[in-house]
Design a protein around this ligand. Structure first.
Ligand code: PLP
Length: 443
């Protein structure tokens, strides 16, 4: 951090919080976000985080996509409190419970039926990577083939199977053994705007000498989150769906980050008018931040034998309660989608204005819905500095991309428009402050 920034009046001073000492002393070096946002967070209300010293931060991070409906949304909090109060089942493996039944009914009524989808539901262990592991295993089980296609800059989790399909070296280099049975191909736009990478994929499939083993499935994010907010074009997605259908390759859409309204509709693939064979959901599905994951599979793919893919925590009934309440509150009609579209327009317009005002930094704006990135192509180190500066000004915002070159806008979908504008104004000021420091230090 530059001297200029360090000398600025600091209302928040989170980095000097002595109450974090125990984390440094006892928590493993593997800890991550605590380093980016060194504050002792205590409460969360809507889009506001409050630390143990009663300092408030506006949240443009939303639990990395797990809090699309904000913190402690009252629409889910009360049903949850009522359920606990009446001694509702908390842990249920995959037993039938009334909480689970009500969630499945709501999911069918508000999500599947209105979209004409006929998926069956598989509840997996509660984290996103559990759902991805199940999806990959199922694709291999159904087809009898092992190879999976994933795409450059993808992120699917950090357990063995999902990590093999994840691009970033930082995660891949941790295993101590080779990651296998996945072939990485260029995502939309990876080879520049003039190359349609589906042509390349098709050529590999057609060429008996390409070295590509016929894949069981492709796995992709419709808008890549951790990889830098890369939205695939609808045309590319449609071509991929067409190619995979023709060649009997399963299509898995990992909607763990881009799903549950993040890109404007419940599923990220809806706007492209495609139907994947398998879908993974997690993060904001439970609505209040409790862990829950789900795999959606076309009925003809349901080759599992009973109990063949188990997990002690497949039945987080507290999550079923809040997930159902969220579906009833937000997805019974199109009002929420319209609200997301309104805020998306504000976000996109303001980011373009920021990019224009800081033309000298060579900024690029990418995204869809309320999932946007401000890309610092020329100065890869700036987003981390801006994120730090924003924290000092009371805004929590993270970075993403292979080199952390993208400032990632992931506000709650329920954020008030005034808060969205306020956060964007903090970002603008933070970029200005960091830019001044570059001018002073000549970085
Ligand atoms: N898939 C995607 C697209 C993700 O963004 C993530 C997490 O960020 C995961 C999978 C893994 O989820 P989890 O961290 O809950 O294992």
């Amino acid at each position: 951090m530059s001297k200029e920034i360090a000398a600025m009046p600091n209302k928040f001073s989170p980095a000097s919080d002595a109450s974090l000492a125990i984390f440094e002393r006892l928590e493993s070096e593997v800890r991550g976000y605590i380093r980016s946002f060194p504050a002792l967070f205590d409460r969360g209300v809507g889009s506001t985080l409050i630390d143990a010293h009663d300092r408030e931060y506006l949240d443009f991070f939303a639990g990395s996509g797990a809090l699309n409906y904000g913190h402690n949304n009252p629409a889910f909090k009360q049903p949850l409190l009522d359920y606990i109060e009446r001694e509702g089942i908390v842990h249920g493996l995959d037993l039938a419970t009334s909480a689970k039944k009500a969630f499945i009914e709501a999911f069918e009524r508000y999500i599947l039926k209105p979209r004409g989808l006929t998926y069956k539901l598989q509840f997996t262990g509660p984290t996103g990577t559990n759902a991805v592991e199940a999806a990959l295993k199922l694709a291999r089980l159904v087809t009898g083939m092992s190879n999976i296609i994933s795409f450059t800059n993808s992120f699917h989790g950090v357990s063995a199977g999902s990590l093999a399909a994840t691009g970033n070296k930082k995660y891949r280099s941790t295993t101590g053994y080779p990651l296998a049975h996945v072939t990485s191909l260029p995502y939309d736009g990876y080879l520049g705007p003039s190359v349609d990478t589906i042509d390349y994929f098709e050529k590999l499939l057609n060429d008996p000498s390409s070295g590509l083993d016929k894949p069981a499935a492709v796995i992709l994010e419709v808008v890549q989150g951790e990889g830098g907010i890369n939205p695939a074009s609808f045309q590319w997605l449609q071509r991929l769906r067409d190619l995979t259908s023709r060649r009997e390759i399963l299509m898995i859409v990992d909607d763990i980050q881009a799903g549950v309204g993040r890109t404007g509709k419940f599923f990220s693939f809806e706007a492209a008018d495609i139907v994947p064979d398998i879908v993974t959901l997690s993060k904001s599905l439970s609505a209040i931040g409790t862990p829950m994951s789900l795999v959606l599979l076309k009925p003809e793919l349901d080759v599992w034998s009973p109990g063949a893919h188990s997990g002690t925590f497949r039945g987080n009934n507290l999550a079923f309660i809040t997930a159902r309440a969220a579906l009833e509150t937000y997805w019974a009609d199109s009002k929420f989608e319209e609200e997301i579209a309104r805020k998306s327009a504000i976000l996109a317009e303001e980011l373009k204005s920021i990019a224009n005002d800081f033309r000298n930094l060579g900024l690029n704006v990418r995204g869809r819905g309320l999932m946007y990135g401000l890309v610092f192509q020329k100065h890869h180190s700036l987003p981390v500095q801006i994120s730090r500066e924003a924290l000092r000004r009371g805004l929590v915002i993270e970075t993403c991309g292979g080199r952390n070159e993208v400032l990632k806008f992931l506000a709650a979908l329920t954020i008030a428009e005034a808060d969205l504008r306020r956060g964007l104004s903090i970002v603008r000021d933070s970029i200005g402050a960091v830019q001044d420091s570059i001018c002073h230090t000549g970085l």
